[in-house]
Design a protein around this ligand. Sequence first.
Ligand SMILES: C[S@@+](CC[C@H](N)C(=O)[O-])C[C@H]1O[C@@H](n2cnc3c(N)ncnc32)[C@H](O)[C@@H]1O
Length: 255
Amino acid sequence: MPSHISAEGSDPMPFHAEPSERQTLVDWTTYATAYDLLSQHNPEYQALLHGFEAFLGTIETPQLIYDIGGGTGNYTQIAARVFPESEIRFVEPDAGMIGAAKAKMAAHANISYDTLSIEDLDATAKADLVICVHALYAMPAPEQRLRDLRRLLRPGGWLYLVDIGRHLDVADWRTYLFSHLRKQHGLAGALRILWQGREIAKQNKAIFRAQQEGVYWTHTGAELAEAASAAGFEIVSQQPAYRGYSDLLVCRANP
Ligand SMILES: C[S@@+](CC[C@H](N)C(=O)[O-])C[C@H]1O[C@@H](n2cnc3c(N)ncnc32)[C@H](O)[C@@H]1O
């Protein structure tokens, strides 16, 4: 079970620490309990899902797909629907997250589950598509993890990468969501949904603290692209996403 972040306990050189030495910074299990509730009500999250589905419409059917840091499975669920013939390996270290994903996708026989961090994944089969959304920033040594993502792909394989690079301003997100929810559900409805999703705000504050301490990676779009190129990817397209907090990169693995 993940432990909570504490400013005092953070590693001063986190990206150089062995994964086993690092503390788990955010309680992803707690996050999982309200993750989908707030995701359903967040138009920016929904826009990312639609963009992902549109991307899938542009590529050939992949034989093997990895979803790395797949959380509650929202991207895998789309991939499994669009490509029912593909084999999907869902990789997620947190028991709460992966439990939610399994429950959601029980009807799909083509998904296998690994309760693992990417750094512990021993994968020999090369994928045609790797999905990694809003997870890289939380991984130890993210530049090395980009190389791990490259190793999971056959030459020419696709990486669909979205990463939060900017400091997560929880007050800004609350204002944005409240304004949207109020239009959709009225004042009482908006307050009820934010109350139900209050764990997310709490965990997002933990993410913000970890970013401030340099434990979680922050980057510009250009820095992420540079790191992806150095890890062996060709950047096919790149754009800011998630209200400018994130970057969306579509990449191909260099031969
Ligand atoms: C914000 S969630 C994103 C989930 C999902 N990709 C989505 O966009 O809905 C980040 C996920 O990254 C996972 N994660 C954190 N460190 C990881 C690591 N080293 N390897 C793989 N996944 C990791 C967490 O457990 C968490 O479920």
